[in-house]
Ligand binder design. Sequence first.
Ligand SMILES: Nc1ncnc2c1ncn2[C@@H]1O[C@H](COP(=O)(O)OP(=O)(O)OP(=O)(O)O)[C@@H](O)[C@H]1O
Length: 690
Amino acid sequence: MTTPEQTLCPKSLLIRLFNQLGLNGQAKNIEKSDIKNQITYLETYILLKKHHVGLMVQAIDKHQLINTIHPFLLLPEQGEPLIARRSNHQFQYLDVQNQWQMLPALPHDGRVFIIESLPSMSKKVSAFAAHFKKQTKWYQPVFWLSLLSSLTGLAVPLFTMAVYDRVIGGQTPEILPTIALGALMALIILVSSRLIRANIVATSSNRFARDLSGMTFNRLLSMPLMVLSRVGLSSHIARIRNAEKVRSVIAGPGGAGLIDLPFTIIAFVAILLLAGWLVLVPIGMLILFYLIMKAMNKFTQAATPTISNEYQNSLNELAKNLLQLKASGETDGWHTQFLRRAKENCRQNFLYAKRNGLNAAVAHAMGLFTALITVFTGIFLVLNQSISSGALIACTMLIWRITGPAQLAFASKQKLDMIKSTVQQFDRFMEVTTEFNELRLDSPNLEKAPSLSLKHLTLRYSAETEPALSGITFDIEAGETVAIIGPNGCGKTTLLLSAIGVIDAQAGYVTINNKNLKQFDPEIFRQWAAFSPTNSEFLPGSLAYNLRLAKPDASDEQLKQALIDAGGEALLSALDNDLNANLFSRGTSMFSAVEGGYISLARALLKQSPLLVMDEPIANRNPHAKTAFINTLTKLKGSTTILFTTHDQELIQYADKVVILDKGSVVYAGPIPSNNPEISKDSASTLETQ
Ligand SMILES: Nc1ncnc2c1ncn2[C@@H]1O[C@H](COP(=O)(O)OP(=O)(O)OP(=O)(O)O)[C@@H](O)[C@H]1O
């Protein structure tokens, strides 16, 4: 594996990268500086940071790179570093003549410096807008098709005018077939251009929504776990749904109307040509329309339901706690509260729907009114013989091509506001620091049991609560088995999670083989270390699928052995030794916590990692399962560094060292005290002897 000290990046490549990023001044400075001709990745990283270039350092992953905006630096494990960029769904690299060439395939192994933001931008660049720009190739066809459909849309009014003025007025019925044929052709072009445009808009908005969801998902995966758990699952899901909202606005029926809005100018020009100053009537009416609808919208928005969230929470509570509610039999209080929210929800929604209805009716009336005023004003022009009767009829028909999109624009105002807030949310979200904003290129030694050192670890989950860890300091020798014990809530789980970097302590640090944990690539480290949590999470699928999440290439035999070693032989028999048994066919809630514990432990054992961390591995086990696990532990002792939490007396005796915690602090760390081998369950008696 590459280390930041070993691999080199040529200075010339960096200069070219800065040039490609448009940072020509910086490129010149680097050229003139006394920087060596070959610099390490670490120095490259520092140099980019020094020039305020925002970047993420990650393993090469096509799905990440497909969403990049700027050129990036590819640092393959084998071969020379490259400047590359995304070109639609392929990649290009910059050759020595500074020409972009197709990159046949991305290197499998190595790192990439993804450039996220550039310095000296006077105005903050919206990540949303930058990604939207990727769809620019669709702009032109959409523009021309919209223009074509707007022009051919004039066919029916002009046809009507020609029939009225020439065929009826001019008594020339023989020209009727020619006019009708022309109108028919225009209509065919109109319909086809609309269909093609709808297809293009649907394709591009779907691609855009897919990119947004992909980026949001990747971003979520790369965010520190502390941030993820603080924000909560539902808001993450809402973020992914934002992409869906944007797609539905652009591709939905309202989207087409919004695209047509600028083309209403064609209808104005047509009225101007047909009826001269009569065009002032629709212009004036449109201004009036705007003022009235603005006030109407304000009136409607004032009635936006505020209880929806509370009501939704009630429904969620019901879904989650139905069993408890039924079991307790005490549903009156809950029912009263639910009914109150449901009633209020109905009342607010009724009021909102009423105002929306009024809004739509006023908009429609304004459209009619505009047409009527135009007709009445136009009559004088006809009587004056300034325009023909056919032209007046055509103008009245054209009015609808103006008021229609205007009505739609007002109806879509809410959706446009929603898009605006989605864009802001997305941009803020993309600015959140990820685990990959730091250069973490080290990877742990895969073979040997590591030593661990925890130095002054301090962690508070929130500013209001007492620290869960407070200045924790102790060492673990390579191959040592350490039991962390202490009363409930004393910080055992938090300690394990911090020791393997799942959560970051606010102060203090952890070293593994004397290297700070923060130097390790977070992904590689997590794949390397084996961790078994108390609450196991499962993905829909078979037992084998869920076990192979830990080791994708494990054989069936290895999966079964890991389950047996974890003490889960009974679970295997209950599933008729069938690794393909679907864990969810039994219903997730029916899956017992202990059974889940076997799978979680088996996953950790499958990794055969020299670092094994387990949170209460044998809680509530039957004696047979406990013995099986203790046998496994005995086999691993010495060759693996093992860290576990437990309340189990017997298991503690198998540790080389115990660490006793109380209220987030270490009260004892050392061998099991010989004068007190019976460490009581909550270690209270041990505490008294200290
Ligand atoms: N995600 C979290 N957010 C806020 N507080 C938390 C969180 N997780 C744990 N805590 C709090 O931190 C303290 C330590 O919790 P922790 O789970 O580490 O204790 P523990 O010793 O493992 O407990 P147990 O023996 O019950 O598993 C407790 O007061 C707990 O309420």
